[in-house]
Design a protein around this ligand. Sequence first.
Ligand code: HEM
Length: 281
Amino acid sequence: MLRNVTGLVLAVYIATHLFNHALGVISIDAQDGLLEVLAPVWQSVPGTVVLYGSLIVHALLGLYALWVRKTLRMPTWELAQLVFGLAVPLLLIPHVFGTRVAQALLETNPTYHTVVASIWASPMAMVRQPLLVVIVWIHLLIGLHYWLRLRSRYRHALRVFYPVAVVVPLLALLGFWGAGIELRELAAVGEETVTQGYGPSATASPLSREDEARARARLASRERKAYEIYAGLLASRKAAGNPEMNPFGVAENRRNLEVAIDCVYRQRMIPRRFTVEDLFN
Ligand code: HEM
């Protein structure tokens, strides 16, 4: 239940965020125009608690569900959702530290002008950011689909959902591309400076040089810490009380088979000393 509610909050955030990117098809000013409406909502105290609370709770519940599984055997769709879900924090951490956390520590103001410019200035970010869009969107679609699939109203609405599911990320990526091209053209006529380096270095900080250097060091160390915490969570399966999870379910199946063989032996249907290996020889 909590996983669905937090997932829904994140779905709303992601859908509006991607719609905001899509406005880049019109212009980068259109993107920043909508951002001026959305940012105060998500950056207010309740908005921040709801957004980041949902992000953390959703991720922790997902990890917990993974740790208490007896086996990693699962249908392909579930595996895809799991792998994409696990990849999201790896790709999202630099983005959040480059926008929201940088804003708090460096007193910068991340806008489409600064964030898109900084992504375009970094080949790594140019791969990471579109990948994040695709991975997050697929993870979201799989989650929504398997939650709603048995509801008849959803099945009727699929005709509308299918095109929306394809068009939203496509338009978002096109908008991101369009905004980058526009910034390049503005830079060519001297109206925009394309900043170097992804993230915090992309936006000018009003702090003094020394304070800015200190804040950047703090930002870098907190980003490292975030990765360490995530790595620690990934490694903390034992804490969930299921240290014997078998990745492919072999041991459990083997135990079941041995019990079955024992039963069959007791019925005198197979010779004594029949083992699991005999089944496969
Ligand atoms: C090309 C892709 C993307 C671009 C150009 C982009 C752009 C931006 C910009 C301009 C901001 C700062 C303004 C704001 O607070 O909204 C931002 C913040 C943020 N973005 Fe993105 N974004 C992209 C993809 C994504 C994706 C796929 C996610 C997935 C969840 C995401 C999550 C966030 C989050 C959590 C914040 C911080 C919001 C806050 O704390 O208020 N972004 N992004």
